[in-house]
Design a binder for this molecule. Structure first.
Ligand code: SIN
Ligand code: FE2
Length: 216
């Protein structure tokens, strides 16, 4: 199934359900982009983007950093959440208020009240970068949803089932879209196809995605 590429003014404000408790909120982050971008630029100066290695020994094509009390990391020993940036030895930068507010509002719009994220993973995709199918399951509290914000170049998001082999649908994610999944959909497999080289007017040749979670 492929969602038709609507004109932006028709898309904004639409909700597309990917499951009973999984929804794309089209353009939900757009009113906050002007606050999000400088906050993103600032936190990168403290904890720059870097390419981490998976437990299987592969270097991820996506570069990442984190903000908030806990940050997601991977190395040869496994995936985990850590209060410290392994590169700097310092705590991750504080979560900007605008991130937390956006996440709370998006979660509420998707039916998850009082979402209080303590972790924000920020992924940077350059052309060709991808994220293979996975579940988000390193969080202690699987009762809280995942809130995922897309900025910059358009990506094709894959949203599968609860088993890796289940067929995944493909959904384009545009600048300003927010995806929320929780409840019965919390452990759905998901990923991102290799990013096409189609520069974005504001962010250029990159896509920034950040996911907010309650990890601890
Ligand atoms: C993720 O699953 O961590 C990233 C999803 C995305 O980039 O849209
Ligand atoms: Fe994920």
């Amino acid at each position: 199934m492929k969602t038709p590429d609507l004109f932006e003014h028709e898309r904004i404000g639409q909700r597309e359900f990917l499951g009973p408790q999984a929804v794309v909120l089209r353009g939900f982050a757009l009113p906050r982009v002007e606050a999000l971008l400088p906050a993103l630029a600032l936190l990168q100066t403290a904890s720059p983007f870097r390419h981490m290695v998976t437990p299987g020994g592969f270097t991820m094509s996506v570069a990442l950093t984190n903000c908030g009390p806990l940050g997601w990391t991977t190395d040869r020993r496994g995936y985990r959440y850590s209060p410290l940036d392994p590169d700097t030895g310092q705590p991750w930068p504080a979560m900007p208020e605008v991130f937390a507010v956006l996440a709370r509002e998006a979660a509420a719009a998707a039916g998850f009240d009082d979402f209080q994220p303590d972790a924000c993973l920020i992924n940077r995709y350059l052309p060709g970068a991808r994220m293979s199918l996975h579940q988000d399951r390193n969080e202690r509290d699987l009762g809280a949803p995942v809130v995922s914000v897309s900025l910059g170049m358009t990506a094709t998001f894959l949203f599968g089932g609860l088993a890796r082999a289940d067929k995944a649908i493909r959904i384009p994610l545009y600048h300003g879209d927010v995806v929320v999944w929780g409840g019965v959909d919390r452990l759905r497999f998901h990923g991102v196809l290799p990013l096409k080289d189609d520069p974005h007017p504001v962010l250029g040749r990159q896509r920034i995605n950040f996911t907010l979670r309650k990890a601890g």
